[in-house]
Design a protein around this ligand. Structure first.
Ligand SMILES: *Cc1c(COP(=O)(O)O)cnc(C)c1O
Length: 227
């Protein structure tokens, strides 16, 4: 890792974002050192995809987090969660961005109830309706949001999507736009227990387009941590 260039990329990307957009550093496969440098340079939210990796990193970073980090760090689960890992997810994360079924939501809710934690969650949408992808089909999202919002220990705070991957990020725009439309529609419905506060979409090659389409969380890995 080149510390100065990582710090420089954090600042450059942060400076390029509107102040209302939260930058989540997608840190899969990055070592604890890279995470501390990124946080020291201004990152406030770290995203992990896998429970096992997040557990190992949080363990390595625990002392630094409590004694040396310049500000609190928010931990986002951005990868698919299996129901049998709900307990760990509840221990490790401050927000779960990838709730895509009622059964998963119920499993997380049960674990939250057991420890008295209220978990903010986003509902993940399979905006490209791709058969091999996670996320709820767009047509099912309004019902799912209502069902999840009714669970006692989950707080729906918005939507997340990956969208299909394209070489030309312009091709991702319709999927971001579809997700934003759903977000606005749900916001207008004022569903009890569901706030439409966060719209998480856009990665290294597509985040500018996602922001133009209304994202206020972007999840960036490669462009931040590249060697
Ligand atoms: C890896 C990952 C990202 C970041 O992707 P990059 O193209 O490396 O910026 C964002 N979101 C999720 C869910 C990811 O798994």
């Amino acid at each position: 890792m080149n510390k100065e260039s990582l710090e420089h990329r954090v600042r450059a990307i942060k400076d390029s974002l509107p102040p209302t957009v939260l930058l989540v550093a997608a840190a899969k496969t990055r070592d604890a050192d890279e995470v501390t440098v990124a946080v020291d340079a201004g990152i406030t939210a770290i995203g992990y995809n896998y429970i096992q990796e997040a557990e190992a990193k949080r363990e390595q970073l625990r002392e630094w987090e409590t004694t040396a980090a310049p500000h609190p760090v928010q931990w986002h689960l951005i990868g698919h969660l299996q129901r049998n890992k709900a307990k760990k997810a509840v221990e490790l994360f401050d927000i779960i961005e990838t709730i895509d079924s009622l059964r998963l939501a119920e499993a997380v809710n049960r674990q939250c109830a057991a420890v008295g934690k209220i978990m903010p969650v986003l509902i993940e949408i399979n905006s490209g309706r791709e058969s091999n992808k996670t996320g709820a089909p767009p047509a099912e999202v309004p019902v799912l949001v209502r069902q999840v919002a009714a669970l006692s220990h989950l707080e729906v705070q918005g939507l997340m999507t990956m969208g299909p991957r394209f070489g030309d990020p312009e091709d991702a725009r319709p999927y971001f736009s579809l997700t934003k439309n759903l977000f606005d529609q749900l916001a207008a419905e004022n569903i009890p227990g569901a706030q439409m506060k966060y719209l998480s979409m856009g990665m290294s090659n597509s985040y500018q387009i996602a922001i133009e389409e209304g994202a206020n969380i972007v999840r960036i890995g490669t462009k931040l941590f590249q060697n």
